[in-house]
Design a binder for this molecule. Sequence first.
Ligand SMILES: NC(=O)c1ccc[n+]([C@@H]2O[C@H](COP(=O)([O-])OP(=O)(O)OC[C@H]3O[C@@H](n4cnc5c(N)ncnc54)[C@H](O)[C@@H]3O)[C@@H](O)[C@H]2O)c1
Length: 464
Amino acid sequence: MVFRLDPGREARPCPQNETVMRIAMIGSGYVGLVSGACFADFGHIVTCVDKDPDKIAALSRGEMPIYEPGLAELVAKNVREERLFFTTGLAEPAKAADAIFIAVGTPSRRGDGHADLTYVYKAAGEIASVLNGYKVIVTKSTVPVGTGDEVARIIAEARPDAKFAVVSNPEFLREGAAIGDFKRPDRIVVGTDDERARSVMADVYRPLYLNRDPLLFTSRRTAELIKYAANAFLATKITFINEIADLCERAGADVQDVARGIGLDNRIGAKFLNAGPGFGGSCFPKDAIALMKTAHDFGTPCRIVETVAAVNDQRKRAMARKVIAACGGSVRGNTIAVLGLTFKPNTDDMREAPSIALITALQDAGAKVRAYDPEGIKQARAVLENVEYADNAYACIDGADALVIVTEWDAFRALDLQRVRALLKRPIVVDLRNIYRAAEMMRHGFTYVSVGRADSAHTTDAGR
Ligand SMILES: NC(=O)c1ccc[n+]([C@@H]2O[C@H](COP(=O)([O-])OP(=O)(O)OC[C@H]3O[C@@H](n4cnc5c(N)ncnc54)[C@H](O)[C@@H]3O)[C@@H](O)[C@H]2O)c1
């Protein structure tokens, strides 16, 4: 038995077990908290560190700073079983750790769109000040190619005596399905040329696989680029089908059938082919722009990604025009009910949500907006002004001139259409996620507009 000191706890016995790794996770946001809780659930001893004392205090009380299905239960279980700890101080957990993960934010830098690496480099400096013996330092944050070199340089400069390896291990989890994605990943990308670091990373991830090893070892720079290439490719797929949707509307075709028709081809794949109001969220928009900037700096512009970002921006505004057109050309003085605010279901994340551009444009056009979201209202209040928030979907719709469905939460997939029809002042529904069938909506007497479906376009024409 050895004794180990956990933050805020008494020294207590801890079984000496080579398969149990000690992990310090810097940053307890979406990625840090989910990764930390999942690593703990696999049996590792994890301390999540955050510089935000309120976040750490809330986590210590069992309150989650984000909404993610299953996360509160996973955290509670691993705290109870003494594998997951929270603190604001890095020194103790870093000293005990085999691997120190950096999972801090890398937002768009104001002004130029490059990834803002301030938090990453600050974390690197903090790690340098507490290094004691060989450590594997793992960048889980999404960082531009070459950032690992700079992290290594910062640490080596501050601590020429230190023995360490800097590894790139980008995270691919999706908000709303984060725990499942983390526990059953398609692949785990580990970028390092350091043999010892590879072995530590294999131990860290060993519990995640039984007979199939999803570890992909690459160079550090390659791993950094894989993350951006993956996000840019997925953003491209979404934008591609959105443009095809526009064509379908004009040409009298159905984008859902087109998506199915191309998605059944294994070379294309069915996922990320749902036409809608454009991509948003904490990653795709900022990562697409950061990749553009990096590519530019290297003198190899990524024209496709540049176009994807521009087309997507235009699309968010175009959705407001779609709503205005459905309302007969003007929304001045109208009340528009908006269902769904978060950038996708099962999250409370409002970062770059399409609802923001849509609602702002509707307000600019003179509409009053009333909105409801199952989890996102608290976050929405911080980014949207002059919106009236309802307690449920039907209260949101009551007396409105039109209903717009922006996020496809389960709760909006089977609305009582008769009740919706009775509550709306005018029977106009704009379904930006293609949840409903045009024929069914027409049967209930709605003017129904969806995305990329010819029948909905005809319905609109008829309704005008
Ligand atoms: N959110 C996602 O779905 C997702 C998915 C894959 C990758 N990523 C990437 O992961 C990274 C983190 O994203 P996120 O959404 O978890 O961010 P986040 O903003 O939710 O969390 C970051 C946390 O880091 C903390 N922090 C910053 N500097 C710190 C420091 N020096 N010491 C301790 N804590 C510090 C902040 O207080 C914050 O709580 C980003 O690079 C992002 O692009 C995010």
